[in-house]
Design a protein around this ligand. Sequence first.
Ligand SMILES: N[C@@H](CCC[C@H](N)C(=O)O)C(=O)O
Length: 258
Amino acid sequence: MKISFHKYQGTGNDFVMIDDRNETFPAENTALISFLCDRRMGVGADGVILIQNHPEHDFRMIYFNPDGSKSLCGNGSRCAIAFAKTLGIIGNQTVFETTDGVHDAFIEGEIVHFHLHDVGHATKQDSDWFINTGSPHHVRLVTDLDQMDIIQPGREIRYSKHYEPAGTNVNFVETTPEGIRVRTYERGVENETLSCGTGVTACALVAGMIDYQSPVKIETKGGSLTVSFTKTEAKSFQDIYLAGPAKKVFEGIVEVPI
Ligand SMILES: N[C@@H](CCC[C@H](N)C(=O)O)C(=O)O
């Protein structure tokens, strides 16, 4: 079987994007999704995204981690919005459905602004934090972000009893006068990615719980993002937007052995 795909990246979080408006992609085939994400044997990506028609909204986006699991993907959503514009499905504004429901978004030049759902305030986990921004995120404040190994503590927290059975993504954050710097261990990828959209959003909201004002500037290994929000008296965050670039890298046809 041959599959046509486009490769996109949003601050280095990269995705195999498939125009599945005819709904022929075998989405239950986990081995195929893992193959497409494999950087040596397949195309190589942090996830696979399908774009399908939707009866009420502009399109449906389905995101898969390399292990076939699904969750909300912030950077993937930004890339799907850019891809939908390239396909001529949308202009510079959209309403679409993904894993956690319906979202709106808009494009301004190279920047895609993705509107996330309202969330409650972050909760304390000993000296760390937890917040679910559509995907679950543990957030740890550190002072040696560049030097530290995030894989070992990331895996320990991700697989800890506390987060069983679903697990969590794990973010390590260093605060700076200009904003925050973030590295993320991603569940489902089971490794560090260059950037995680729902992860940096979680970290920006935790920054908002400490002493940062919206918008918060975030530096990741893959580039810069901005998160804006309104913090309410009712202990929630509203008007949450994740903004940053989303770019096409290449397109092709892959021969799949599975
Ligand atoms: N990279 C994503 C998050 C993808 C989902 C995550 N791995 C999970 O399973 O929770 C993002 O940009 O938000």
